[in-house]
Design a protein around this ligand. Structure first.
Ligand code: ADP
Ligand code: MG
Length: 285
């Protein structure tokens, strides 16, 4: 079955004064899909999200969100999308519950939904606390809860787990997978390749404003597995790396025949290594 395209970018470029921040970006996001936009700081991730959500205008190209041109969207679009970014806009003096309730009123979301999302993000016990007293991880959970309160069709997340503790990151990952199950589409930017590998149906590797590779994480890792190496551990405690060279194949069959093989792992590159190979640069700088 063909799923619906919710987001469509065609030849999007963006110039800030002299700097070309995005170059000819093309992509689609479909219902129930988690798409990752991966790149180091300055690659153009936030710029892309701002253009798609109508907060910034592209220099050229066309972007459509839920069928509407992004240069022509009105406020009603915000009833159908959710955005999680740095500028959280949480009201520090209001309680956690109240922070959600004011948005629930605007969006006419029934009260039980507030409780449901608070439980989902693990903040229900903290509902009476002033939002300003939450930890960084808890604040991010609240931002996420608010962004999905009205069951948006597309959720935009700009580096949602950056600098968070592993427990919060894991809670956010679980929630995103649950939301995908419900058919929500997620557009996620991150420089965390492990996160992308775990969550994303497809990733775009972004470098200097350009998509340099695109595909499912697993397929990309296999595509760049040019060395075809295997790490084996044998009964005498020896660990070695074998290739597909005739000598190595002979050794491997020998280990198998003699029942000496304790473990064998293929050494395909991680997404991080793929990024390094394609761009010549590390993701973290
Ligand atoms: N308002 C702006 N004016 C000028 N340059 C900008 C502006 N916003 C971003 N840039 C530049 O565009 C590039 C991409 O930025 P950004 O989209 O924020 O990257 P990322 O989110 O991937 O870190 C960077 O080189 C950044 O300095
Ligand atoms: Mg950014």
């Amino acid at each position: 079955m063909q799923t619906k395209v919710l987001l469509h970018l065609e030849h999007i470029s963006k110039r800030y004064q002299s700097e070309l921040a995005l170059k000819d970006i093309q992509m689609d996001l479909r219902e129930g899909e988690i798409l990752g936009f991966l790149g180091p700081s300055g690659a153009g991730k936030t710029t892309t999200i701002k253009i798609i959500t109508g907060q910034l205008r592209q220099t050229s190209g066309e972007a459509k969100i839920l069928g509407t041109d992004t240069t022509n969207i009105d406020e009603s679009i915000y009833e159908k999308i959710g955005i999680v970014s740095d500028n959280s806009g949480i009201y520090a003096k209001m309680t956690v519950w109240k922070n959600l309730q004011i948005f629930a009123n605007i969006w006419q979301v029934p009260k039980p939904r507030i409780e449901e999302v608070l439980r989902q993000v693990g903040l229900y016990e903290h509902r009476k606390k002033a939002a300003g007293k939450l930890s960084k991880g808890q604040t991010q959970r609240l931002v996420l809860a608010r962004a999905v309160l009205h069951r948006p069709r597309i959720l935009f997340l700009d580096e949602p787990t950056s600098g968070l503790d592993p427990a919060t990151a894991a809670a956010i990952h679980k929630m995103l997978l649950d939301l995908r199950q419900e058919g929500m589409a997620v557009f996620l930017t991150t420089h965390n390749m492990e996160e992308a590998t775990k969550l994303c149906d497809a990733v775009a590797l972004l470098n200097n404003g350009e998509i340099v590779e695109f595909g499912p994480p697993r397929e990309l890792c296999l595509k760049y597995n040019t060395k075809k190496q295997y790490r084996v551990l044998t009964g005498d405690g020896k660990e070695e790396v074998l290739t597909q060279a005739p000598d190595d194949i002979h050794r491997l069959t020998g280990y198998l025949q003699q029942d000496k093989l304790l473990s064998i792992h293929s050494c395909e590159p991680s997404l991080e290594t793929v990024f390094l190979e394609v761009t010549g640069r590390d993701l973290n700088n």
